[in-house]
Design a protein around this ligand. Sequence first.
Ligand SMILES: NC(=O)c1ccc[n+]([C@@H]2O[C@H](COP(=O)([O-])OP(=O)(O)OC[C@H]3O[C@@H](n4cnc5c(N)ncnc54)[C@H](OP(=O)(O)O)[C@@H]3O)[C@@H](O)[C@H]2O)c1
Length: 448
Amino acid sequence: MSKIVAGLIGLGTVGTGVVRLLERQNHIRLKTIAVRDIKKKREVSPSCLITENVQDIIQDPEIELVIEVAGGIEPVYSYLEAALRAGKHVVTANKKLLARRGPELFSLARAKGVNIFFEASVAGGVPLISTLQKGLNANQINSIAGILNGTTNYILSKMHSSGCSFAEALKEAQELGFAEADPTDDVEGHDVANKLSILAALSFGRFANPEQIHREGITTITARDIALAKANGCVIKLIGLGLPQENNKVELRVHPVLVPFGHPFYAVNGAENAILVNGSAVGQILLSGPGAGREPTASAVVGDALNLAQVINLPEFESFFQPKINTTWASLTEESELAFANLVRIKLLRKGADIEFVARTLLQNGLKTQIINAGEDESGYKILSLTTATQPDAIVEEALAHVPNAIVESRLRLLQNQLAAGYQRESRAPASAQQTLRGNSRALSVSC
Ligand SMILES: NC(=O)c1ccc[n+]([C@@H]2O[C@H](COP(=O)([O-])OP(=O)(O)OC[C@H]3O[C@@H](n4cnc5c(N)ncnc54)[C@H](OP(=O)(O)O)[C@@H]3O)[C@@H](O)[C@H]2O)c1
């Protein structure tokens, strides 16, 4: 293995882990580190130059590799563009940047005969990128879906285990360092949309504009939603889902979903990530592990750098690491064409209301449903839980609006397509969850 000379931009959470791992190996010499504020106290004392001037890295002809763990779009895009133009390889953990400027960066890297490595940008320490790029090279990807954000998975797991509200779970996540002071990117699903854009590039050949990806966060999930999920033997997870469509479009969506007992995502708790990839030859594979954090993310970053060191002296090694990504943006399925199956909880305000009438009204308005539970609340009002067929939201909302004297108390997405195959109908609610059902309950299934 050759010894390569590297510069590091950023010495925060991930950068500190990177420095520690680099100190334990002999194949990469860290020459310079650029930070924003040179006076800041650090947890590591590297022996190399520390500077506030990134040009000390970009303009140093001896530096062959720039490792970027600073984050954000500008000025980092300009730094990496200059580094690529100067013929340097790049390792980055920056999903926000790649999701928005990936097409430009990868086409520049290709033109310059250098590589961008980005294992840490999705699912932290889980080797997902190299699995898609290398391990599944012989496959067409039929679907990719994942729990891709540790913060939201921690919050939802906490809401399930304690019955607390979203606000209480978020506060605890912030106190324990699982959520940022400003959690918007995580809890509104922006972070998952960025990661899904990168996964779309690797799985379906094009980055997707994250702003165009259907996105729902978890801020509106209530303790009642969690209780409804539990009563049906499910947990709620925020997932990112990618499906190629026949018309050369890609369906990409980020939203919370009910995951039934027995599904591989059901037991993925806390800050863990998990990803299901369905390949044309391999079938379905599951990858899971720590999706963020200092050491897991540094493991992916330094792994990328070591992979480069292994091959840098081989002739034309660059093409081996060039991802097959088109430089135009993906064309996404229109919002109005996206269809969802739902679990809906309805309260009937007219005492003695007729359940069959509700089902008939919904059907007359174009919505096939299956009533899975009918009971009463403490005040004697009828409460119905029903699943809807897979339909666009506009049809579901219109049909529900036609049920007289009714309040929709919860509407939760169900797993669909390949993701649900083999799990939905076989799922069994744990005994404790089944006991919480009242009235005529049936196993949760989608009639679609
Ligand atoms: N944290 C994770 O678990 C994790 C997981 C996966 C991916 N990532 C990605 O990794 C990247 C870094 O995340 P992090 O959590 O380590 O961030 P962080 O703790 O905020 O650290 C950022 C570092 O970058 C430096 N920096 C920021 N802007 C700079 C600039 N313009 N020039 C030079 N240095 C600059 C900062 O310098 P000062 O210290 O002087 O302010 C700081 O050292 C982000 O892209 C993030 O999305 C993080």
